[in-house]
Design a binder for this molecule. Structure first.
Ligand code: ZN
Length: 76
């Protein structure tokens, strides 16, 4: 696999770091929404929000694992 390097920084690493930042941000936002809305939510709405938080958490976790794997394989 080609690893383009821009300005001395591994492009794939930059992409993963960026993606991880966005995924983490999305997770925190969904978490915030869950906390803000739980007291007034019906059970079905709560379940939906809780599921969204879980999906966002898993995505952030997946990107984190990909980033760690890249760092250990690519030593960048
Ligand atoms: Zn790299």
């Amino acid at each position: 696999m080609e690893q383009p390097v821009a300005y001395g920084v591994c492009a794939e690493k930059r992409r993963l770091v960026e993606e991880y930042g966005q995924a983490t941000e999305a997770y925190l936002q969904s978490m915030h929404e869950l906390r803000a809305r739980t007291p007034t939510s019906r059970k079905a709405d709560y379940e939906q929000l809780r599921k969204a938080v879980e999906i966002a958490r898993l995505k952030a976790e997946k990107v984190r694992v990909a980033l760690e794997r890249h760092l250990s394989e690519h030593h960048c």
